[in-house]
Design a protein around this ligand. Sequence first.
Ligand code: S3P
Length: 443
Amino acid sequence: MRTTEVCPVVNIANMCIDSIAADKSISHRSVIFSFLSNQKSRVKNYLFGEDTLNTLKVAIHLGLEVLDSNGNLNDVDSIKHSSEIYLYPRNGINEPSDILYCGNAGTAIRLYMGLLAPNKGQFILSGDKYLNSRPMARIIKPLNSIGANISARCDHTLAPICINGATLKPFDYFSDISSAQVKSAMILSALQIDGVSKFSEISKSRDHSERMLIGMGANLEINSNEITIFSNKNPLNPLDITIPADPSSAFYFAILAAISKDTKVVLKNILLNPTRIEAFYVLQKMGVDIDIEITSSQYENVGNITIKNNNLNAITIDSNISWLIDEIPALAIAFACANGVSKVVNAKELRFKESDRIKATLEGMRAFGVKCEELDDGFIIEGGINKIHQHTIIDSYGDHRIAMSFAILGIVYGVIIKDSACIDVSFPNFLDILKTITEIKNY
Ligand code: S3P
């Protein structure tokens, strides 16, 4: 198990970062959606992190041809050095001869369930010990209610999952959780079901699937939180996409700017989807200077974000939680350094992520000497830079977002992170960027 030490630095120079890893959500989708076309999709700047490499490997098992511009075919180790890949489902979706291993990737396992449920064949999806303890009934239940044949461990709630392809019926489904993974799985099935289906959710989750599928020619009608999906009569157009940098990955460096005195950070080519940059607006409400500039647009707006430290004041977060869910551990770092008491509520979903993020965040906070209180659906953090301890040891619990959040606090106060290899799940060059600021030791 890898352990990483981040050594503290006193003054952090201004930074301009143009190497933030590509967006994870869009990378997963580009591979999974390519099966809905019968032509070659072109994807530039794919994220070759652990999660999205597993998505590619599963796609290859299902018959997708993955090529790069050097002619490497289905050779993921060579392809992962390519800036451009081509995805060709020459014979559609094939029954695989092995289990489909999704590693740590919740997005992969859940979206593949929606893609595969209406297809002929048997498909067994599994993951690592963390993924196999995350809730899957949120997808299995609605799909089985419309005719899917999906069974799973622990009374059909946990992976490994076994799908026997079946003919599904059109549906009208309301989801009482705001989850882009649930929504995307249901849309993927609906596109392959004869007839018209409707999906609505309690509040709007991230909307990359809708944008990309409409871009591929899918017939979706969107009316605030409700989506009408007309089945695909013909295969969709292929994707031709350059994946922008991931705002959730970029956000760690926004936190660095927010907690270090007089440091300005410029983040380049960041995905500016409104459902993904809410955390930057939270920092702005806390008093940080944030400037967002749109530079281009393809399926989504892309641009640069400039962050400059200013007085950091406490805040209460009780809404738009699904737009912040991946950034709350990093925001907790800003809360610890802010003046006053910050609070997060209505965020029980945090308990069902790569780790129980409420527990993992607060355990790390306590190790740094930060006073905090656990709530069933969130937490309270008492801020104040004078109370934070130096050189602390924390456990990531295998959760990339916990590891990277505390690494940022470590740049100012020093930290040793246990179980740090998970960083590669979403941001394989994160520590390389940190090395330009401070000393990093891996054990
Ligand atoms: C994701 C959706 C979110 C997010 C996850 C990626 C996606 O999960 O936490 O990291 O790509 O659709 P939920 O939609 O389940 O909240």
